[in-house]
Design a protein around this ligand. Structure first.
Ligand code: PLP
Length: 414
C-alpha cells in the first residue's frame, strides 16, 4: 500500500528537509515546507484527497484513534490530508521558529475571521477594532457580534492612545489589519503588544496585505494571524480560502469551533492553494518590486494628489514599516486630482489592470473603492469611513512594472 500523507509520513514542520536542515529560505519553504519528502504513490505532488469520510480497519483502530495512539483522519469536517498539508506549509511560513505555530485552513478569509471572533469572544466581552479595515469585518462586528452580546469600540488605526483608552476590564481581543485597507497603515506591533500583554488581551492581526513574506506578526508576540488566502497566498484569483495561524493550543480550540461552524476549505481548493504557494515567494518579490516602482512613479505625477504606500517616506508609517516589513507589498492606493467622474474616466482608460475587487493575484486589478465596496453609501457616509471619491486602489500583479507604468501614464496623460 502506498503511504498516505497523513498517517505514515512525518510533516516537514516536525522533520527537517534532507538530513537535518530546516529550510530557512522563503522560496525553499514555499516549495517544500509542510510536505513529506515521499508522497502517496511516489508522486511529486500532494494528492487531492477527495473523501468526505475515512474508514477504520476494525474497532481496535477506531479506539487507537480516539486514544490518540494514531494520527489520522475521521470525517471531512474535522480534517483532510490535502488541507492539513496546506496548514503545515502555512504554519511553517508564518512561524517564528520550527514547530512554534499551527494553522487552521478555512473556507475563506471572512470565515477565518468570524471563526476566531465567535470562538474567542463570550457574551459580555468587548473587542477593540481599528477603523481602516475590510468592510465586512467591521460589518460583522457591528451587526452579528452585537446580537450575541459582544461589545466593541472602533478606534483609528495606529492611534495607540485611542487603543489604550478603549480597553475595558472585559476587553478580550484587539483586532487590526496590518497593512490596513485601503490606506495601508502599518501597526507598530511591539507598541501594541506592550499595551495589551500586561492585561492579558489577545491580538489578532489580519495580515492579508502583508503575507508572511513581508511580515510575521507572531515574531512580535501577536497571538493570531489571519489571512484571506484568496489573495497573495493563492495568488491566481482561482480559489477562496482563509487561514488562522498561532500557537497550537489556540488553533486546536479554533479547530473545535470549526467542527461546529463547518467553514472548511474543500480539498480541491486546498490543492490549488498548495500549488499557488509553490511560487509564493517569487510572486511576492515581483509584486513588492512592482508596488514600489509604481508608487514612486505615481508620487511624481502632477495629476496624482496623494499616494498611500508604506514604502514611500511620505507615508505616515514608513519608519514602522521599514523596521518590521521585508517588502511593502503590491497594493498602492492613491487619490487623483479630480472628482468621482474624473477618477472613473481614468480607470476606464486603463488597458492593463482589470476592474475588479480583490488583490494579490498575478493579474493587476484596479478599483475605485467609492464605486466598488462602498457603492451603496452616500458621499458623506463614505467620507465618514474615510473613503474619498477620487481614491483608487491598484493591486499590482506580476506583469512588468514598465508596462503597468506605461499604461498608468497614458491613462493619466489623456
Ligand atoms: C484584508 C482582508 N481580510 C479579509 C478579507 C476576506 O477574505 P475572503 O474574501 O477570502 O473571505 C478580505 C477580502 O477582500 C480582505 O481584503
Amino acid at each position: 500500500m502506498p503511504p498516505t500523507p497523513n498517517e505514515a509520513q512525518p510533516r516537514l514542520t516536525d522533520v527537517p528537509l534532507g538530513e537535518n536542515a530546516r529550510p530557512t529560505g522563503d522560496s525553499t519553504a514555499a516549495v517544500h515546507a509542510g510536505e513529506p519528502r515521499q508522497r502517496a504513490y511516489h508522486a511529486i505532488t500532494t494528492p487531492i484527497a477527495a473523501s468526505a469520510t475515512y474508514t477504520f480497519a476494525d474497532t481496535a483502530a477506531l479506539i487507537d484513534y480516539h486514544e490518540g495512539r494514531i494520527e489520522r483522519e475521521e470525517y471531512g469536517r474535522y480534517g483532510n490530508p490535502t488541507t492539513r498539508t496546506v496548514e503545515a506549509k502555512l504554519a511553517a511560513l508564518e512561524a517564528d521558529g520550527p514547530g512554534t505555530a499551527a494553522a487552521l485552513l478555512c473556507s475563506c478569509g471572512m470565515n477565518a475571521i468570524t471563526t476566531v471572533l465567535l470562538a474567542m469572544l463570550p457574551s459580555g466581552s468587548h473587542l477593540v477594532l481599528t477603523d481602516d479595515c475590510y468592510r465586512r469585518t467591521r460589518q460583522f462586528v457591528r451587526t452579528l457580534l452585537v446580537r450575541l452580546g459582544v461589545q466593541h469600540t472602533v478606534v483609528p488605526a495606529c492611534d495607540y492612545d485611542a487603543i489604550a483608552a478603549a480597553i475595558r476590564p472585559e476587553t478580550r481581543l484587539i483586532v487590526s489589519e496590518s497593512p490596513t485597507n485601503p490606506y495601508l497603515r502599518v501597526l507598530d506591533l511591539p507598541h501594541l503588544v506592550a499595551l495589551t500583554k500586561p492585561r492579558r488581551i489577545k491580538i489578532l492581526i489580519d495580515a492579508t496585505f502583508a503575507t508572511p513574506y513581508n511580515l510575521r506578526p507572531l515574531e512580535y508576540g501577536v497571538d493570531l494571524v489571519v489571512h484571506s488566502a484568496t489573495k497573495y497566498l493563492g495568488g491566481h484569483n482561482d480559489l477562496l480560502a482563509g487561514a488562522v495561524i498561532g500557537k497550537a493550543q489556540i488553533i486546536a480550540a479554533l479547530r473545535e469551533a470549526q467542527g461546529m461552524l463547518g467553514g472548511i476549505c474543500d480539498p480541491h481548493s486546498a490543492y490549488l492553494l498548495l500549488r499557488g504557494l509553490k511560487t509564493f515567494a517569487l510572486r511576492m518579490e515581483r509584486q513588492n518590486a512592482n508596488g514600489l516602482a509604481i508608487a514612486s512613479f505615481l508620487e511624481e505625477h502632477p495629476r496624482v494628489a496623494r499616494v498611500y504606500y508604506p514604502g514611500l517616506p511620505s507615508h505616515p508609517d514608513y519608519a514602522v514599516a521599514a523596521a518590521q516589513m521585508r517588502g511593502w507589498g503590491g497594493v498602492v492606493s492613491f487619490e487623483l486630482d479630480g472628482d468621482l467622474e474624473t477618477t472613473s474616466r481614468f480607470i476606464d482608460r486603463l488597458r492593463l489592470p482589470y476592474i475588479a475587487p480583490s488583490l494579490g493575484g498575478v493579474e493587476s486589478l484596479v478599483e475605485q473603492p467609492a464605486l466598488m465596496s462602498y457603492y451603496e453609501l452616500t458621499t458623506e457616509e463614505r467620507l465618514e469611513l474615510g473613503i474619498r471619491n477620487n481614491l483608487v486602489r491598484l493591486s499590482c500583479g506580476i506583469e512588468d512594472a514598465t508596462d503597468i507604468i506605461d499604461d498608468l501614464s497614458q491613462a493619466l496623460n489623456t
